[in-house]
Design a protein around this ligand. Structure first.
Ligand code: AQP
Length: 332
């Protein structure tokens, strides 16, 4: 079976619709066909300041949401990044292989650092794409299921894997991004020119899966569309309507073409009312299942402990090979 690896940050509490449609939904499908490793990336979370109590709670919350979304610990390996110290250990080697200019070109870093101010942005934020490289290479992943915003980091991973292999001999699998065109980028409901994001979106444009279903329905109903009246997919000229059609189609399995036909001659209001109902039907059981996992922290922690053990077995082997190739003296 080919292998996949991906991660999600525990920082925002609730996952948002972009996280789910862009990434987590694919994770659930891929556990059936791939040897799948998924993690809650708490090391990445501390690239910006975190309250320790919140971080711990949000890490459990993220794991609970992944299980609620359909990850099955018998079909995939689910773990917490900091439980596998090899991530930080390989990251150092990768840091030393990356050019300063190369790291400076990462657009996510540039965007986030610009928002925080260069003096306040941490060095961790600067090197976090390189930690991500280590995350992926440790598992010899063939594919990395992510949203479009992560494509550049997977490209960096490919470059560094090839550089390491070229310099020290074949060691790492060179991974490919796994990005579904339709859901690669889910947009803010109030500003469909920007991606839905916990930090960039307006509260009204961001659908948090754990919010009150009623509030979610309201956000869908007040989504920004356009002054035209035709319900048609046209990402360039009708980004708001197209975003709603993408969300609708992904959640129901109806194709965009079928939806365009279904809503011929209907008003935007009808589309939004129906989509609001579909969203409520989706988030209500999701919230309940998440709560059930949170109510049983011992079981949750046991799942994560078992996941960490499985992950470490793979990660330790890769790290040992990499350390040997680099020329580190083995500790006897
Ligand atoms: N709008 C989106 N459309 C499609 N995919 C998305 N992802 C995030 N936003 C969208 C994908 O979700 C996965 C987890 O990303 P993350 O750990 O970076 O989660 P986040 O921090 O909650 O993501 P945000 O909201 O984008 O936060 P910022 O911008 O503050 O970092 C990834 O695979 C990502 O591509």
């Amino acid at each position: 079976r080919p292998r996949v690896l991906s991660g999600i940050q525990p920082t925002a509490g609730s996952f948002h619709l972009g996280n789910y449609l862009g990434a987590v939904r694919q994770w659930v499908a891929l556990q059936e066909t791939h040897d799948a490793f998924y993690m809650v990336v708490d090391l990445h979370a501390i690239t910006v300041p975190q309250d320790p109590k919140d971080l711990r709670a949000n890490t459990r919350l993220a794991a609970a949401q992944l299980l609620a979304a359909g990850l099955d610990p018998d079909r995939c390996t689910l773990f917490v990044q900091s439980h596998v110290p090899e991530h930080a250990q390989l990251a150092w080697v990768m840091n030393c292989l990356t050019g300063f200019g190369e790291a400076s070109r990462m657009t996510q870093f540039k965007d986030k650092a610009a928002k925080q101010g260069t003096d306040r942005a941490s060095v961790g934020l600067f090197t976090y794409p390189i930690l991500q490289v280590a995350d992926i290479l440790l598992y010899q992943a063939n594919e990395v299921p992510v949203g479009e915003d992560q494509r550049q980091h997977v490209e960096l991973t490919r470059d560094l894997a090839e550089r390491f292999n070229g310099r020290f001999g074949p060691t790492f699998t060179v991974p490919k991004p796994y990005i579904l065109k339709e859901t690669a980028k889910i947009y803010d409901l109030q500003d469909p020119s920007i991606k839905m994001s916990k930090s960039a979106s307006t509260p009204k444009g961001l659908i948090n899966l754990l919010d009150e279903p009623k509030a979610t329905a309201k956000k869908v109903k007040s989504a920004v569309t356009d002054t035209d009246t035709v319900i048609r997919y046209d990402a360039e000229n009708k980004p708001g309507v197209s975003n709603l059609l993408t969300i609708y189609s992904t959640l129901t399995g109806e194709t965009i073409g079928e939806l365009e036909e279904k809503y011929t001659g209907k008003m935007y209001g009808a589309l939004k009312t129906d989509l609001a109902e579909i969203m409520v039907e989706f988030v209500t059981p999701f919230r309940e299942r998440t709560q059930q996992y949170l109510d049983d922290p011992e079981t949750l922690d046991a799942v994560l402990a078992k996941g960490a053990e499985k992950a470490r077995a793979v990660a330790a082997e890769t790290l040992a090979q990499a350390y040997d190739k680099v020329g580190f003296l083995p500790a006897k």
